[in-house]
Design a binder for this molecule. Structure first.
Ligand SMILES: [Zn+2]
Length: 647
């Protein structure tokens, strides 16, 4: 049996886990679960990075012993990870004795190889990054990632690691094993840096107590990054359990964020080369997650999403699906509450969940829940199922987990189409079609089963429930046996409540509202200024809450025509991301209708509908209205997707 050892980055425990941290762990968990499904003997390790000065500082601020503080944070982190159904086999903390043993062993080997020398480090240090910062990387004297934190000027006796000695072997590694570091864009970035030269790095800190003492100079501690990287080896027994280490090392995959690739693809392999240990087979760098288009940042609390809040909204599996499917693994992605609800409704409530309900209901209505293949149908769905399973395996083996998840949903779509074409409700009225009806129901149940197996790494507990409902086992799934079209055997289908009830979203509520409300009369023309609201005494300013009531969105013009008998008005059909709308805009004097088609505009999305020249207008286009001039549309200097909020 092949074996697969994978890790995630370990986290500083001086703040709570947020959705960006969770994104990495969920993706790694999908890979771990896929490897188990594919039959690999899998070992999945996560952990906490506890020897940070920030951790020490947070503990002191709270009047806690650092270790007691780390215990408390560990409890919080692992509670979150368990709630997200992460299937890690081991969780390492860098304050554990086994980690100290691993760090001591690796440091000893590198020292013995002659790659450590003593020197004086003088320069800037950013505590936020826990890293030394060359002057040229500072902006206005601050670390660009931590502008609130003043960098420290440090002059101390340090031990240095001869990283420069490994420039050539690293270049060879990058050139000869391109699969060592993916995606390509990140490898090329690092390769250019490598080519431009590598300097030795400081690997110790003097005069600190929080950390692991250097074996040859116990008055110094190992620099926190040097310490942290070694967790991947100490977790599987380096320096303590040679048999386990021999079984699992080298790691098959390190999943890390794109901001820490230098540590993982330059420093870490060089450390291992120096220590005479095999290198990990692959480092994969994922992108960053923004929230509503904004970078998650402590200085902007609205952007920090607690993964447990997101899971509470629609469930753990819908969140896992969003993270795995809606974001290209390796690229940057965005989490948006509205979009989360929309994808939930589109993929789960209306599509997969609805399919499970229909198939189980029809099987119970027409065949008392029991179906067996009769051989009286077409093999079209089976062929699609085999093709989807092949594409899925190919994508998942290449770590394209978004493509793998999407493949499973192609089978769901095909099954819905198959049912619509075969119309079981019509077959049920024709006694001659009894066998065909049974086969159609069987095929649909088999397609649902296969889709659930393929989705099991992404949505483990929902997949198990779907498998139960279509009469298939969910224990000990194996891709080579269960992850393919299986046109045999009796299925007993169970009818039950909807797995994912349709979510009433803010956006769908608004749409419903605007559909039912009568257009008000006597509205001003769209480009006319709105009547001034009575200003509060002594203030003409509005609050951010007032502003946020106005929902501005990006839309794309699909069609445009002049409104008959009007000089100013043009009627637009627009794509607002979630639907198509008609609106009337007073811009006909500035723009020919043909010139508007395909154009990106900004509109007030939640404006009450109004009738203009007999046409119902749903929204208002934003345009500059210079005095005495013609209106000018608001635009962007880059392509923006319809539906994107503007604020
Ligand atoms: Zn920094």
């Amino acid at each position: 049996m092949s074996r697969f050892y994978l890790t995630t980055a370990i986290d500083y425990v001086n703040s709570r886990p947020h959705l960006g941290t969770a994104y990495e762990k969920v993706c790694a968990d999908v890979i771990a679960r896929y490897k188990r499904l594919a039959g690999a003997d899998t070992w999945f390790v996560m952990g906490n990075d506890e020897h940070s000065q920030n951790v020490y500082k947070s503990a002191v601020e709270q009047g806690l012993d650092p270790l007691a503080y780390c215990d408390r944070m560990d409890e919080m982190f692992q509670r979150t990870w368990r709630a997200l159904d992460l299937s890690y086999d081991d969780f390492i903390r860098t304050t554990e004795p086994r980690h100290k043993a691993g760090v001591t062993e690796l440091a000893r080997r590198i020292h013995a190889a002659g790659d450590i020398y003593e020197g004086v480090y003088e320069g800037w240090y950013c505590v936020g990054c826990e890293a030394f910062k060359p002057e040229k990387e500072l902006v206005d004297g601050r670390c660009p990632l931590h502008p609130q934190t003043e960098p420290q000027w440090i002059k101390e006796k340090n031990f240095f690691f001869r990283l420069s000695k490994y420039q050539k072997p690293l270049l060879e590694l990058f050139t000869n094993n391109p699969e060592f570091f993916e995606p390509d864009v990140r490898r090329n970035e690092q390769l250019r840096l490598l080519e431009s030269g590598v300097e030795d790095i400081s690997v110790s800190r003097a005069g600190q107590s929080w950390g692991i003492p250097l074996p040859w100079d116990p008055k110094s501690v190992v620099y926190v990054w040097f310490d942290a990287l070694i967790n991947y080896a100490s977790a599987v027994g380096l320096g303590g359990d040679e048999a386990t280490f021999g079984k699992w090392w080298p790691a098959d995959l390190h999943v890390v964020g794109k901001d820490i690739t230098r540590f993982h693809t330059v420093i870490w392999p060089a450390m291992l080369m120096s220590a005479g240990l095999p290198l990990p087979r692959k480092v994969f760098a994922h992108g960053f997650l923004t929230v509503g288009g904004q970078r998650m940042s402590k200085s902007n609390p609205g952007t920090i999403v607690d993964p447990l809040d997101a899971a509470k909204r629609r469930g753990v599996d819908p969140l896992r699906l969003y993270l795995a499917k809606e974001i290209v693994f390796g690229g940057d992605g965005d989490f948006d509450w509205d979009r989360f609800d929309e994808r939930y409704n589109a993929d789960l409530a209306n599509n997969l969940g609805n399919l499970v309900s229909r198939v189980t209901a029809m099987a119970n209505q027409y065949r008392n829940g029991r179906v067996v293949p009769t051989g009286r149908g077409s093999d079209r769905l089976g062929l699609i199922g085999e093709e989807v399973a092949r594409q899925y395996r190919e994508a998942m083996d290449a770590l394209a987990i978004h493509t793998g998840a999407a493949a499973a949903f192609r089978l769901v779509d095909a099954t819905n189409e198959y049912i619509a074409t075969k119309a079981p409700w019509a077959l049920a009225k024709n006694p001659d079609a009894a066998d065909e009806l049974t086969q159609v129901l069987f095929d649909a149940a088999e397609a649902v089963r296969l889709a659930a197996v393929l989705l099991s790494p992404v949505m483990p507990s929902s997949s198990a429930e779907i498998l139960r409902r279509v009469g298939a086992s969910s224990t000990d799934l194996r891709l080579d046996r269960d992850g393919r079209w299986r046109p045999v055997g009796e299925r007993v289908l169970v009818k039950a409540d909807a797995i994912w009830p349709r979510a009433e979203t803010d956006r769908s509520k608004r749409v419903e509202q605007s559909k039912t409300e009568q257009p008000s009369t006597g509205v001003p023309a769209p480009s006319a200024p709105a009547p001034a609201a009575p200003a509060a005494a002594g203030s003409d300013k509005i609050t951010i809450d007032d502003f946020m009531k106005v929902e501005l969105r990006v839309a794309k013009v699909l069609a445009a025509e002049k409104v008959p008998n009007s000089r100013k008005l043009v009627k637009l059909s627009i794509d607002v991301g979630t639907e198509q709308r008609t609106l009337v805009a007073g811009i006909a004097e500035s723009y020919e209708p043909e010139a508007l088609v395909g154009r990106t505009i900004v509109m007030v999305f939640n404006l009450k509908p109004a009738k203009l020249m007999g046409i119902e207008s749903n929204g208002m286009v934003l345009a500059a209205s210079p005095d005495g001039g013609k209106p000018m549309l608001v635009g962007f200097d880059q392509e923006v997707a319809p539906g994107t909020r503007v604020r």
